[in-house]
Design a protein around this ligand. Sequence first.
Ligand SMILES: *Cc1c(COP(=O)(O)O)cnc(C)c1O
Length: 413
Amino acid sequence: VSNWTKKMVEQLDREDALASYRDRFSLPDGLIYLDGNSLGVLPRTTAARLDDVIKREWGSDLIRSWNSNDWIRMPQKLGDMIAPLIGADAGEVIVADSTSVNLFKLVAAAKAMRPGRDIILSEEGNFPTDLYVLQGIADMLGEFARYKTVPADQILKAVNSNTAVVSLTHVNYRSGSFHHMQQLTRGIQEKGALVVWDLSHTAGAMPIDLGACNADFAVGCGYKYLNGGPGAPAYLYVAKRHQEQVKPPLSGWMGHKNPFAFDDDYEPASGIDRNLCGTPAILALAALEEGLKTFDGVDLDALRAKSMKLGDLFLDLVERELEIYGIAIACPRRAIERGSQVSLTNPQGYAIMQALIDHGVIGDFRAPDVMRFGFTPLYTRYMDVWNAVQIMMEIMNKDVWKSRRYQIAKAVT
Ligand SMILES: *Cc1c(COP(=O)(O)O)cnc(C)c1O
């Protein structure tokens, strides 16, 4: 049992080299926000930036802004800002659409690059939209594709000469555990298949090196750790070596070689640009850019180290104070096996989470019984962890969660 005291935890905050980054965000007073893995908090600069984009760039400059404010290159520019967070080179990442749509684009393109093979493989318990998108692609391709899932620990065994594409999420949204990207990528490629990684719970929370892993393709989310705002545009990565082989299944004009030639016939742009489809959402891109700027100068290894330490402190305190109430740890206990989020389980998890939120500690709930807590290192303090556990102890000790109003299921959990 750990011997953490409040004084020791306060000391961790005083010694925290990342502490000052919290000033880059606009956090409500008195709120303990442990849900940056679902929706990152508002950066301090976003409102003023959007005000400027709306009033000056849109309001005054109007359509001239596509050139004068370089709106047209924002997808590439933001892609190049994301690249260093995921070990990609400039020109390998572009911002567009949603994660779901980007996954569709890249899995369908990868499948077409392996025409003699029909299996699209994923893992049981992957994020639902990923699985639904794969099912849709397999349906669309009819007899030319088969959708298959296997348990996470059997992926490599399941890859064979019929496997075209493997679609995997690096950090699992429910358990917080993550795959060994380099080893899996190599194993999949040795069997001749391609792999598409979903980095939604990775980028901005822990460093990853797509280049060193020889990754083929990747997608990820803009509104979680990247702080781009609700429904922010997502990104996609295509390794340089594949870029000219990709045949975009959503062959829109923004991915055309020369959109403003207005040709009748589609011809893809070279490089990453062909993965665009329609006109980029400039207001949303501007908000995402402010989110990405919160990573300026941040040492990603220090970020990872703090995230591991925050999670460990939380789990140490959960073991000491909360296991007696039947709250169990549902993620890897060892930080080295976890992403930046921690999961607990209890049959009354939904009501407990509702009570917590009502008492100023925001996490979220994933059916049937998982309470998730995200430890975003840029703005979470060690004392937030301490205080969250104190509040949770109150809620359990006094049966606060039993109140009727915490039992009613809301539309979004
Ligand atoms: C959050 C998340 C998504 C979100 O997809 P949207 O298209 O933005 O709704 C997809 N995949 C994973 C693994 C996620 O964590």
